[in-house]
Design a binder for this molecule. Structure first.
Ligand code: SF4
Ligand code: SF4
Length: 343
């Protein structure tokens, strides 16, 4: 936190050289390199009377409380003191949920099942791999603040500075936060793993799906009933589509707390036959069309090109866009016509 506070007095001028956190994060994301070592499993843990019971309620409350009040959930200069993320949504998927195996067909054979990634962690700790039915995925959605959304909604060309900052700091923070959760569980003798901070994680271009990673937080969030996808391929939740998602696997049986929507596009107006396509109107390079929905390759090129813009204008080493996530009916929540009536 101190480092971010000091930033005001030594604001980056040559971020390609000086933004070491940004460079490390990009290399980690693309190549699976540079992540800190996995926390070891404490095989000799003896439970204490005051240990909290690690049930669904504990995960929801702990993630919500610790995330909102975390000292690193804070922006840098010139927004120092503002939060990066608001209160998250939290959900669970059982490790043997058949959808997670189907993801091998839907996303691609490279996508890990919870069992596969946990097997890697178990082997590293010299313990037998738990069965899929004894695993759960804990998934959470971290909404960006209104200020960040509003800044991007005011842009029609390149990403805003607040959004770019949250892209970089939010990624670093979410990795740190998940690591803290995993470390706590491993200390308590419970196998846990965050797939995206292991050497197993690297982004590649795959034949069917194009650019993809071997663990999709958003698909985990869909499986956990936290929302569904829009024309822009973003994930539309009760708190909108401008957020980051995170997830980890744990050797506990946690029951789903939300009902999964059968239709993967249930929260998108266009897919539900209601006139919209505001995301397509917002996209500065026409990467979203009624005919072909979201052109991932075209979008990726634009997003990559934004690194230069962010460097020149904001002095940070990051790429981002999210113009189509803001100024739309799905920015802050599920679009009104699709909201379900309360009980
Ligand atoms: S802006 Fe409209 S069409 Fe685009 S994803 Fe959101 S609800 Fe769907
Ligand atoms: S993120 Fe991609 S699809 Fe969305 S506005 Fe930017 S370039 Fe267009």
């Amino acid at each position: 936190m101190g480092e971010r506070k000091k930033m005001k007095n030594r604001y980056r001028r040559f971020s390609f050289l000086s933004d070491i956190h940004g460079i490390k994060s990009s290399i980690g994301e693309m190549k699976g390199l540079g992540h800190p070592k996995q926390p070891p499993l404490n095989k000799n843990y003896t439970s204490r009377e005051d240990d909290p019971v690690l049930n669904e309620e504990w995960f929801v409350d702990t993630i919500k409380e610790n995330l909102v009040n975390h000292p690193d959930n804070i922006m840098e200069y010139p927004y120092y003191g503002e939060r990066i993320f608001e209160e998250p949504l939290v959900g669970f998927v059982r490790g043997d949920d058949s959808l997670l195996t189907e993801y091998k067909k839907i996303i691609g054979p490279h996508h890990f099942t919870p069992f596969e990634i946990m097997k890697w962690q178990a082997e590293k700790n010299n313990v037998p791999a738990p069965d899929a039915e004894d695993l759960s995925v804990v998934s959470f959605v971290m909404p960006l603040t209104r200020k960040t959304k509003n800044d991007n909604a005011g842009r029609d060309d390149w990403v805003s500075e607040r959004w770019a900052q949250t892209r970089l700091l939010g990624e670093l923070f979410s990795q740190k936060f998940v690591r803290e959760m995993v470390t706590y569980l491993m200390k308590r003798g419970i196998l846990a793993i965050a797939p995206d901070v292991t050497p197993m994680f690297n982004k590649k271009r795959y034949p069917v799906v194009g650019w993809a990673s071997p663990w999709s937080h958003r698909h985990m969030a869909y499986a956990a009933g936290l929302g569904s996808f829009g024309m822009h391929d973003l994930f539309i939740t009760d708190k909108g589509c401008a957020h980051r998602t995170a997830s980890f696997v744990v050797n506990l049986k946690l029951n789903p707390n939300r009902e999964r929507q059968d239709d993967i596009h249930a929260n998108c107006l266009h897919y539900q036959g209601i006139e919209c396509l505001k995301c397509a109107e917002r996209c500065p390079i026409d990467a979203i069309t009624a005919e072909d929905a979201h052109d991932k390759e075209r979008c990726m090129k634009r997003v990559e090109a934004s690194t230069k813009y962010c460097n020149k204008n904001y002095h940070i080493f990051i790429y981002g866009c999210g113009i189509c996530a803001t100024g739309t009916p799905c920015e802050f929540g599920i679009p009104k016509p699709l909201q379900k009536e309360g009980p």
